[in-house]
Design a protein around this ligand. Sequence first.
Ligand code: ZN
Length: 316
Amino acid sequence: MTLLGIHHITAIAGDPQHTVEFYAEILGLRLVKQTVNYDDPGTYHLYFGDALGRPGTILTFFPWPGAPRGRHGVGQAAAVSFSIPADALGFWEDRLRSHAVTVERLESLFDEPILVFEDPDGLQLELVADPREALGHSWAAAPVPVAQAIRGFHSVALLEHAYEDTEAVLTQALGFRLVRSVGHRRRYVVGDGGLACWVDIVNAPDAPPGHVAVGTVHHVAWRTPDEETQQGWRRKILEEGLSVTPVRDRRYFKSIYFREPGGVLFEIATDDPGFAVDESPDALGAQLRLPPWLEPEREALTARLPRLRVPQPGPR
Ligand code: ZN
């Protein structure tokens, strides 16, 4: 039994329109689903990804308009890293600057050239020049040419007071392997080692505890193929002495949630059935989709949700 890598990462945003403009129009991800937060249906849940929203490419947001910013700190995923083609760094540096995004070009601790910047709410993002194969297919109608497009997650970095307990769960329970360690950063791999299969633990003994609100990551979800393997993971997590939720139906996948010992909320989500379950692949993200159990409330929910302008495909 092995996890297949990152399934999705979910963060808190402020204004949903700004989020759509930044991720779809500047970063060129596809808005693959407009729905609501099933646990808080008065707020949107927006999913961005590749052409089909394949697991390993999906960044999602709960927008909380008007809410205060969170605090970056330990017990949180500190940075979301995307993979770009190895020769696309200059393209992205120019593109981000031309959209008035402050961007820094650095060598990462693992000798990879990266661009570091923030989204409009202060979420830390990285683009990593990465020679590995793309995970899926970028959206051909995106404003970014396919040759330079974001190709899925590179990795996610967890900020922790101390790495030992988190490492024990990653390696003994979840099947990750330590691959490198430089300074305060340790890198682990799971699955086949392709895109979205890396997680870093950054040891930050003096950092304050993180507080989840606007501009911070809410949780990191790992991939499992189906509900049967998910049940196996659920038993395994219970054997580790951790609390885990019952299976929740998220319509596009099934989910279980647990907190790793350092405080980061983890989810294990199934690859099936995916985002084409309730709208055609051509029309993904174009309209608000609700699960059957919320459909009777559509009118009331629509009245409460801010109106969203979805960008039209094509170069910008
Ligand atoms: Zn999730």
